[in-house]
Design a protein around this ligand. Sequence first.
Ligand code: TZP
Ligand code: MG
Length: 351
Amino acid sequence: MQNPHLSNTEDLRIFQIVDANLDRAREGLRVLEDWARFGLGKENCVERIKNFRQILGKNHLQIYKQSRNYIEDRCKGLTHKEQFKRKTPEQVISSNSSRVQEALRVIEEFSKYHNNELSKIASEIRYEIYTLEIELLNLSKQNNSMKILNENDLYVITDPKENLLNTIEDILIAGVKIIQYRFKTGTDKDHLEEAIKIKKICKKYNSLFIINDAVDIALAVDADGIHLGQNDLDMKTARRLLGHSKIIGISANNEIDISNALKEGCDYIGIGPVFETSTKKNKKPLGIEKIKTLTKDLNLPWFAIGGIRKENIPSLKELGINKVAIISGVLHSEDPKEEAIMILKELSHEN
Ligand code: TZP
Ligand code: MG
């Protein structure tokens, strides 16, 4: 433990550095832990962070704590203006992860010669924090998307039409917070270009931007998520490609589709068609009662879809179906903006 090459004052200075940085690392870890616990509800992350905190706590020896009072720290209380700029939980996660990483690096360097075990521990935890930071940021991003899905009842899906971009902007102005870009014909090149433009508009209105089917385009434009049908890429592959920051929605038509979607860890489900619809002519409508039965135990966001328009929303609401996904009922109405406003109003009525 003692290094014969260090004089007593040098010892104290080094112990003081280690002490300050153990405090720093433990405090930063506590911030990350509380976000993982209260912000994200991710038990696995909480346990990992707690474990790091405890290891550092156990290695926070008395000699370090006692060194605190010997040499005055003239920089105590100094702050940096960047500290006051942090607004979002993501910024807090990033800055506190850096704080922990930096503190651990300092511990690693300064304890190498008098406490090699602590130096190694600091190095190991530092590497783990790099991974954890990305995980927490991804989970936070997904959390934000889930919040929008949970809090909004109207999900509008696009269909090719003239002036699509203007229509989307009108719908967003009306207050729609979830847009899915859906295309069944055309070239990837055109879709990519259009997706970039739609994403930009969605961001402007703080709305969720989801892409139908095309995982490659979702990745290319950094969309918020993907929506997959039963014949598209499977959930597991999509998750592997997209990671945990994106949301994945699944189309379901029956009990088996729903139970598979849940098992595979989808984030929301679109269930239908409820009513007859020219957008999906080959699918037999399920009817409201069947939708109600299929969804009775669901506790993730789900949207009824198929043939829904302003006029039939009250019949859905009567049975407690409050979240809907619509294509033609908005996109191909005479005035999509006005229609979206009225549908939102209809959905918000207490029944
Ligand atoms: N999935 C089930 S029904 C449907 C999809 C994509 C079509 C919905 O379109 P519309 O025009 O709202 O009936
Ligand atoms: Mg599909």
